[in-house]
Design a protein. Sequence first.
Length: 368
Amino acid sequence: MQRTKTFLLFAVLAALMLGACSKAPESSRPEARPAVKVIAEPIRFERAGTRVEAVGTSRAVLSAELHAASSGEVVAVNFEPGQFVKKGEVLVELDSREERLAVNLARIKLEDAERLYERYQRSSDSGAVLPTTLDTARTAMETARLELEQAKIALADRSVKAVFDGHVGVSEVDPGDRVGPETMITTLDDRSSLLVNFEVPEAYIGEFRVGETIRLDTWSQSMPAFDGDVVDIGSRIDPRNRTFVARARVDNSDDLLRPGMSFRITGDVEGERFAVVSETAVLWGADGAYIWSIVDGKATRTPVRVIQRREGRVLIDGELDAGGIVVVEGTQRMRNGVDVAYDAKRFADAQNDARGGAGDSTRYSETD
């Protein structure tokens, strides 16, 4: 009986020891670390920009100083300063009595010459008029025609007309004044748009291009800002101040601006394309700036060079691809090779938004 109890006790102990040995390997297995959850965003590319500031002076898109073509006495002034006139309108009339008489006389001479030539031509068919006589009559007729044209031109020069649609300026000419070709009658400006000339440092000769949009501010506090487009770039560098001349066109359909006004000009010149990330993504170490990228689900430390800082964003240069993944929050937990979790669907949506022209960096966080 005693032997039986001893045997049973040994059997129970053996069973307990076998059970403990079978469970030991499971408890000794290392637990897998969960992926680090972060906030990430796609890497986009933008052009680096430099702000150019200058002062420019404007002129009308079309501008002319009007002078009389001949000397004479003013008999009529048909405009008021600032008046809008149409092309061809007579603005000033000079005494034209002699010129009108000359036109009438030339017309009579032409009519006589034409009748004589026609008579000689009919007679030449019967041989009554020599060919030389007919040629002389033809020459006289053509000469009379030219004299009539000259007389008409001289008569037209007795008036000053608008050469295009625009606004006339102030005039010092009154009826009774004698004027000549050297006398400026008035100015004429088509100010539907203005051309603004300004100087740009030569460092931007290859970057400041036709088609660039610039901002123009007047010196008046009540005036709004205006946008203009660069339409011309000078072909020379001024050796005195190392600048080149650029010209912009500004719409003035509201007629708020005037030729001769000066403007404060601001323009953003685009440079090379660089990766752009949120400011929180850029970290600094002993070797310089770096970011944490996510490659195949693992954290990768990528050295970068800071190119330009913008509001909340940084342009960087490095071995980066558009559409790559950069960690913007949770960087303090990053180590090379650490598993990183992020929402792939939301990341793809953010990439599509960026391709569609969204200017903002789309940020999103990991979800369970």
